[in-house]
Design a protein around this ligand. Sequence first.
Ligand code: GLC
Length: 735
Amino acid sequence: MKKLLISSILFFVCLHTIIAQIQNPLYKNSSAPTEARIDDLLQQMTLEEKVLQMTQQTYGFNTNVNNIEDEMKEVRPEIGSLIFRSINPVYRNEIMRKAMKESRLGIPILMGFDVIHGYRTVYPIPLAQACSWNRDLVMQACAVAAKESRLSGVDWTFSPMIDVARDPRWGRVAEGYGEDPYANSEFCVASVMGYQGTNLADQTSIAACLKHYIGYSLSEGGRDYNYSDVSAQTLWETFMPPYEAGVKAGVATLMSGFNDISGIPASANPYTLTEILKERWQHDGFVVSDWGSVDNLIAQGNAKDSKEAAYKSFIAGVEMDMVDNVYLENLPQLVEEGKIPMRKIDDAVRRILRVKFRLGLFDHPYVVELPYKERYYQPGSMVVAEKLAEESMVLLKNLNHTLPLSNSVKQIALIGPLVKDQVNMMGSWEGQGVADSVETIFEGFEKEFKGRAELNYAYGCNFEGDDESGFDEALTIAQKSDVIIACIGEKKSWSGENASKSTLALPAIQERLIAALKKTGKPIVLVLSNGRPIELGRLEPMADAILEIWQPGIAGGSPTAGIIAGRLNPSGKLAITFPLFTGQIPTYYNMRQSARPKISGYIDIPSDPKYKFGDGLSYTTFSYSDVRLSATKIGKDEKIIAEVEITNNGPMDGKETAMWYISDPVASISRPMIELKYFEKKALKVGETSTFKFEIDPMRDLSFPDTNGIKHLESGDFYLTIKNQKVKFEISSDL
Ligand code: GLC
């Protein structure tokens, strides 16, 4: 009797547990550990459900909630991810409700989107942001972008792009942080922290994505999507550092590139995707392919058909397939044929689920549905937009203090296709930015010079073509003005993806307009708005001043006018070299020395670039004290503190970026002539002096990688350079 009673109790307890498990499975228990929730969910998933998690699809624009039903029919509730293009959280929530209610297991869909430099509040392009040398501002901008994105239904951005770029014929230089590995590393970390915050599950955080892993910017000839011959040494000393920094900063995902890395395409490269990323760096998130880059393996001669492409990409270490459905159509069969073990499928799905759990999507799948006005353009966001635009602008030339304009200037000619432009000022990848939110240069001048000077406007010429019919009007208003502000540059479509150019020169019509204006004898201030370095060899001599404003986003008008008026002191410095002529490419600051430095170069043009990495003028003068080193000879496990006092000698308050460079003139693997290893930007009032410090950590700052990424620190002489000072110190092997 007693036994019967005990076994009955046990039976009912087990039955209760089973029912409870069915009604409230462990994976839905928000207090359970994430890994236990993943294990519980995985063991319940079918192969098809797993492969659907590894699939990302996309749906068109839909900001009209009335149309949701039409598009909703297409969404498979079990899909892993969508590229979500609507700005409407209601639409997102409708799709998510379908996933949570209509799918067997109720797995939330991960909504991704290209939030590259702002969501609705569009910031300067990343290349411009790098020229601000302001890590904190970049982080703030990404934090705002994250909040606007999450409130709009986006959980994941395909950003930051950290492809170190040295060929500006490649249009995507606009999207990264310039030519230097250390600068890309620093702004990578700043953006990952801005996007992801301290907790991915916060409703103001989104998952970040490092792209395009790896070596994409070496696309041959600057022609996008082309073969990239990446030597193992270049891979490690140029391209890997920003990705390693981003992984260490806890980035949730990466995106594999289109490019073929010396014969093994980035989207099917076991060495980069698994040996380094997963095994050496222990990344526990996932990799998404680029748009159709799995299927592209066929064109690249790496796979004979989609089935082989799916196999190669998956086995190499790409967990999610973007929009070509190659995984969905082939992985189940490859598993059934025994070519792919289920444990590898489970590992891939585990990584994707881990990101979804960390984002809190299982416990909070829906976003709050705030009204439009509460989602975008918040006062704080606009302040960041204007400050970042201001600090990214670079004063390249200022002959005879043309700028800031003196109070004697009473008539200002504003001429050129960019004076009243809105759409092109946002640059490529403008996210959900809308042109009518952009403050034009003209509007900036109207506010800045109200009651101080009259503005005379003329369009002058188109971005391209041969129509000079606007020249006469431009010349007429130039004649009656005291100064010409010529606003020229690129269309947004001339940089960004698949926007490779054979020349960095602006179209001849724009140069001819400047040449015509030059004949008036009036001082000319060139205001450049562009997404890549511009060939200035012919333009520069005609300009008295050159202000590079890049593509400043929605708040560039006032900073442009403020700098020209002298209310603001420019503080930007170039994060990418401006070649004198396109033919100099590649030319970048941290090149290796020639075997014959004194005689190497071109026979037809100079070898020096027009403007160098780090160039940027101020309206005030900063003086540097002699650099002090805490020691000039140390052992490999010691450190050196370098210090310098910088004084603002006036006449204006300003911001200065101290850029610390290291040189290692003799090493077993030759080193670049000079390498940026630290930067720090501070505001200094007139008369103020501040100490700038750089703690040299030999293993971090003086070592170099070999062809497998192993770091070597060799003893010997090194040099530290800051501004125009170069001091020697020694790493001794016998200390
Ligand atoms: C594009 C780009 C990539 C972008 C993705 C999704 O082809 O290469 O940067 O994130 O597709 O739009």
